[in-house]
Design a protein around this ligand. Structure first.
Ligand code: HEM
Ligand SMILES: [Ca+2]
Ligand SMILES: [Ca+2]
Length: 316
């Protein structure tokens, strides 16, 4: 079924590289079986690729175009917002296999989108058919990472950043549900725990039961590399428990917790945190793939635009 989405097509490689999707899948699986934390890394990598800087006069880096994979001193990957991104070696491995099977056919941007899908599936989440045909971009600039949301962003700013990419409050909350897997550096949590906004106290939106847990995970002068689950009830499984935790004051990131404090976003959190016909998580499972298809369509290049990189970390 060649359903179109922003000029992309499902099954785009069916005749030009029939094994493309299987090669990406088996590669992601190989790394996942060795280190399950690679799955959240790959999901986040696709998100960071797709978000674009829209406030600049000239729209330089554009959407899901693998700009995030380019290595070099001032490339997007070097921006502070992109510190901690993981999974580059998985993409490179899949790409080198694809280049020997069908040279010059499969874009790095599509590998990212497929790897994100496979990562969600491997962690127990939904699967979906990914619209493909993205071309790789020719620009990668650290300044473009400014479009990315920060964990201290209030809902108004999160909302604006998603609206800049053509996405709604519903898309925002649904996609942030990706935080049902993976971990954060204590650096993004510690400022909430001891002297939040110079009060000498913790962020009052943290539940009384969760605060001591977070404090022991992230002591004031602890190891800066310590990592904390974004979903305290299962950083390894793609489920809707994350939304119950947001509802209950148990979100590790301030930006996630704030989604409960705004009427519009609270409504979406509530929808995912509840049961429907006794089936917890069903709505999230249904909506997440749709939101991922929207994310994967942000400002894509198709047809003769851009290029198909030979190596994902550098332009041809
Ligand atoms: C308001 C929006 C968002 C903010 C402020 C935000 C912020 C963050 C931060 C601070 C981390 C921790 C990074 C680290 O310390 O390594 C993180 C991790 C993560 N984010 Fe987001 N994020 C947002 C939206 C999203 C979206 C839309 C996705 C995907 C669709 C996503 C996927 C992930 C994943 C999977 C991780 C875990 C990464 C790992 O374990 O290595 N995030 N995010
Ligand atoms: Ca990009
Ligand atoms: Ca989870």
């Amino acid at each position: 079924s060649l359903v179109q989405s922003q000029g992309l097509q499902r099954g785009f490689y069916d005749s030009s590289c029939p094994d493309a999707e299987d090669i990406v899948r088996s590669t992601v699986e190989k790394y996942y079986n060795n280190d399950a934390t690679i799955a959240p890394g790959l999901l986040r990598l696709h998100f960071h690729d797709c978000f674009v800087q829209v406030s600049s006069v000239i729209l330089s880096s554009t959407g899901c175009d693998a700009s995030v994979l380019i290595s070099g001193a001032s490339s997007e990957r070097s921006a502070p917002q992109n510190f901690g991104l993981r999974g580059f070696e998985v993409i490179d491995d899949a790409k080198s296999q694809l280049e020997s099977t069908c040279p010059g056919v499969v874009s790095c941007a599509d590998i990212l989108a497929l790897a994100a899908r496979d990562s969600v599936d491997l962690t127990g989440g939904p699967s979906w058919s990914v619209p493909l045909g993205r071309r790789d971009g020719r620009i990668s600039s650290a300044a473009d990472a400014k479009a990315l949301p920060s964990p201290a962003d209030p809902v108004s700013v999160q909302r604006q950043k998603f609206a800049d990419q053509g996405m709604s409050d519903h898309d925002l909350v649904t996609l942030v549900g990706a935080h049902t897997i993976g971990k954060t550096d204590c650096a993004f949590v510690r400022y909430r725990l001891y002297n939040f906004t110079a009060t000498g106290n913790a962020d009052p939106s943290i539940s009384p039961a969760f605060l001591p847990q977070l404090r022991s995970l992230c002591p004031p002068n602890g190891d800066p590399a310590r990592r904390v689950a974004l979903d305290r009830d299962g950083a390894g499984s793609f489920d809707a428990a994350f939304f119950k935790n947001v509802r209950d004051g148990n979100a590790a990131l301030e930006s996630d917790q704030r989604l409960w404090g705004d009427d519009a976003t609270q409504g979406v959190v509530q929808k995912y945190a509840g049961n429907i016909r006794g089936l917890f998580g069903l709505r999230f499972t249904y909506e997440f793939p749709k939101a991922m298809v929207s994310l994967g369509g942000v400002a894509v290049k198709t047809g003769r635009q851009g290029e198909i990189r030979r190596k994902c970390s550098r332009f041809n």
